[in-house]
Design a protein around this ligand. Structure first.
Ligand code: PGA
Length: 259
């Protein structure tokens, strides 16, 4: 089955509106027609979602929120619901990032609630799946399976098919280089097999599985030799329009359109 390859940039708590708009102009200039083949998702802070979505005009680049509230609306000062994120222009939402787990007390259960709020609002969840630091290689599979089972509770195969997953071990975030190749392929393969076993071949065949964690253009080519990887997610390097554009080019070369 052919899946559209994907590149994702998570800007975290960086980038003003002006910086985001400047990024967009430069990035669009650099990638041009590759956007028809590689699906690019930008996840700016909430404050830049709407101006960026407006500036984009067409929908050739997807916009994602970095998280949403587990509540659908109401008196939750400081929170942003999935509906409000969609209203501001998001079509996607990142859920379960290690930084949200560590700093804001996110649990698999709250990720699952957010997955359902996102689906109700018409957003596609992008689930970050990965073992925490300190877990031995031998226990990683168990940890990933437990996480998948909890965050995907009560999701239908047709919903899972349209989601994306980023395999991202906690210890690979914000360091000098990505996780070793064999580790990345084993993690992505585990996710795909788990989805096939629990949600069926249709869901497992459609869902995109990316790798994230210290990705840069210098490492992208090597990561893209792995057939298990449908694309790449970038934090620090995703704020550099040239680096993201170069990565999109590498993805397009490594995953050329079929037929
Ligand atoms: P990094 O961030 O690319 O800067 O390591 C990745 C992430 O947090 O998803």
């Amino acid at each position: 089955m052919t899946r559209q390859p994907m590149a994702l940039a998570n800007w975290k708590m960086e980038m003003t509106v002006a910086e985001g708009l400047a990024f967009l102009r430069r990035f669009q200039d650099r990638v041009g027609e590759l956007l028809a083949h590689v699906q690019v998702i930008l996840c700016p802070p909430y404050t830049a979602l709407y101006p960026l979505a407006r500036a984009m005009g067409d929908r050739s680049i997807g916009m994602g929120a970095q998280t949403v509230s587990a509540a659908s609306g109401g008196s939750y000062t400081g929170e942003v619901s999935a509906c409000l994120a969609a209203d501001a222009g998001a079509g996607w939402v990142l859920l379960g990032h290690w930084e949200v787990r560590r700093h804001l007390g996110e649990t698999d259960q709250s990720v699952n609630l957010k997955v359902h709020r996102a689906l109700e609002a018409g957003l596609h969840p992008i689930l970050l799946i990965g073992e925490e630091s300190g877990i031995s290689a031998g226990s990683a599979g168990q940890a990933l399976g437990d996480q998948l089972a909890r965050v995907l509770q009560h999701c239908a195969p047709a919903q899972i098919r349209d989601m994306a997953f980023i395999y991202e071990p906690e210890w690979a975030i914000g360091v000098d280089e990505p996780a070793p190749q064999e580790h990345v392929s084993a993690g992505c393969r585990f996710i795909r097999h788990w989805l096939a076993r629990h949600s069926g071949p249709h869901a497992a065949g459609g869902a995109r599985i990316l790798y994230g964690g210290s990705v840069s253009p210098a490492y992208a080519q090597r990561l893209l030799t792995l057939p298990e990887v449908d694309g790449l997610g970038m934090g620090r390097m995703g704020r550099d329009p040239d680096a993201l554009a170069e990565t999109v080019c590498l993805i397009a070369q490594a995953r050329p359109p079929s037929g």
